[in-house]
Design a protein around this ligand. Structure first.
Ligand SMILES: O=P(O)(O)OC[C@@]1(O)O[C@H](CO)[C@@H](O)[C@@H]1O
Ligand SMILES: [Mn+2]
Length: 453
């Protein structure tokens, strides 16, 4: 890492660049999301009354006044304030604020429109949680649960056709034929990739579910995958698998989850396929410990999704749900959360700021990072040249071979061929933010490791 010690990475994306996607997000999308949260809490007033009596109503008022103040501070670009709750990450957040303060030019205070977009956007979701935690007894209320549930039910047809497809493939694939397993692996990986279109943060909580059968559109969508490293993933998979997994207990896949709803189903289907055909022995799912970026998966969403799927009145779907519950019961699948997933740090900070998580991930054979926010944190959400290699933008973050699959919803993209970005810009000015394009990017060794081996 000697080179990295002197290397100064490019600046962070920020709302200070007027007219940029970051600017528009902070100006328009974040206040809209806050307004919806306020509205949701208000609509639940009677539920709070029923459950907790008058203290529930007082808590509702308190949370709303806290959030209205937050919205006002955001819209008027006030300084970011330290957190005042006493959760186990409060100190970390406040120290990070100081770190951001030290980076500010001309001693300006850290603020919504002047600080890095990644930081302020994460901060907003953490402040929503603070508002609730400071308003007991409604501290565990998930203001995004309703929209997550709605999006799950609106994707029912797509969920049914995907579960049916999985059942048919598992019944008909000859697992001794590597070619056919490979072909199906690609398909399930791509469904999980395009599942990432269904996030509710980009749509500010508006309906954004999967309506059509996901398998039908895969070949039409191929040309929208700008970098496709899936063959590299496959050769790593098969070579590690041939040696029985790095720790000889069999191949361990870690999935860093993104959104609930159809995207989560597409991840569960991929994981089930991999376990069922023997590509993976163990799958660890990593989710969020607090509601995050509207639609991200929490433990509650994960359990709820498994139960809902198992309770479906469609037999292939309920079979899948029951099978997934068995995977959890026998320990083949495990769910994990760690506070680092809801911190604003770039992933290259993980070895220092979440050493325990980094060392857990080092035991993986493949880490699959789902979605756009994970990509932003992998690359630091910085203004990289588009031709900078993916591995360079990771800045040393490589606990194990990793693959990032995301639809592009933020203007950071690395690892393209020379001229590719220019061509895309001339064809579609919004190629980086519309969610129409996607990447599958893999990294297994950094330069230092390559030189040392
Ligand atoms: O991580 P996800 O779910 O794919 O995307 C989250 C996301 O929509 O939130 C931000 C907009 O607020 C975007 O930068 C980003 O694309
Ligand atoms: Mn998300």
């Amino acid at each position: 890492m000697a080179a990295d010690q002197v290397f100064i990475p490019p600046p962070s994306l920020s709302a200070k660049f007027e007219g940029s996607f970051a600017y528009l997000t902070v100006r328009d999308r974040l206040p809209t999301i806050l307004t919806k949260v306020i509205d949701t809490i208000h609509r639940n007033k009677n539920n709070f009354l029923e459950k907790h009596g008058q203290v529930g109503v007082d808590a509702e008022k308190r949370a709303i006044s806290f959030l209205s103040k937050l919205r006002n501070e955001l819209q008027t670009d006030k300084p970011i304030l330290p957190l005042t709750d006493s959760a186990d990450d409060t100190e970390v957040w406040n120290r990070y604020m100081q770190r951001q303060q030290d980076l500010m030019e001309d001693r300006q205070p850290v603020s919504w429109f002047k600080s890095p977009w990644l930081y302020v956007e994460c901060y907003m979701y953490r402040k929503i949680q603070e508002a609730l935690w400071l308003s007991p007894p409604i501290g565990d209320f998930d203001a995004f649960k309703e929209v997550k549930t709605k999006s799950f039910f609106e994707s029912q047809q797509a969920i049914i056709s995907l579960c049916t497809y999985l059942r048919e493939i598992l019944a008909n694939t000859d697992t001794s034929k590597k070619e056919s397993v490979f072909e199906q692996f690609l398909r399930f990986l791509q469904v999980s990739l395009w599942g990432n279109r269904c996030d509710l943060s980009i749509s500010a909580g508006q309906e954004n579910s999967q309506k059509t059968s996901p398998m039908d559109s895969l070949s039409d969508l191929r040309c929208f995958i700008l970098v496709d490293d899936s063959e590299k993933v496959w050769s790593m998979l098969t070579s590690v698998q041939a040696s029985g997994g790095t720790d000889k207990r069999g191949f361990r896949l870690d999935i860093i989850l993104d959104n609930a709803g159809f995207e989560l189903i597409s991840d569960l289907v991929l994981a089930d396929f991999m376990v069922s055909v023997g590509l993976a022995k163990e799958v660890r799912f990593h989710g969020k410990s607090i509601p995050w970026f509207v639609s991200d998966v929490t433990k509650q969403d994960f359990d709820w999704t498994l139960s809902q799927t198992a309770a479906s009145n469609h037999n292939h779907t309920s079979f899948c749900g029951a099978q997934w519950k068995r995977h959890v019961k026998d320990g083949t699948w495990t769910y994990h959360d760690h506070r680092f997933w809801t911190l604003p740090h770039e992933f290259c900070d993980m070895p220092e700021d979440a050493a325990d998580l980094y060392s857990t991930l080092q035991g993986s054979d493949l880490i699959l990072f789902k979605g756009d926010l994970n990509y932003r944190r992998l690359t630091g959400d910085r203004t990289w040249e588009h031709t900078v290699p993916f591995e360079r933008a990771l800045r040393g973050f490589l606990p194990a071979p990793l693959c990032s699959i995301r639809t592009l919803k933020a203007n950071v993209q690395v690892g393209l061929e020379p001229g590719q970005a220019e061509k895309l810009t001339s064809q579609d000015a919004e190629w980086m933010t519309s969610g129409r394009y996607a990447v599958i990017q893999f990294c297994s060794q950094n330069k230092e490791q390559q030189q040392g081996s």
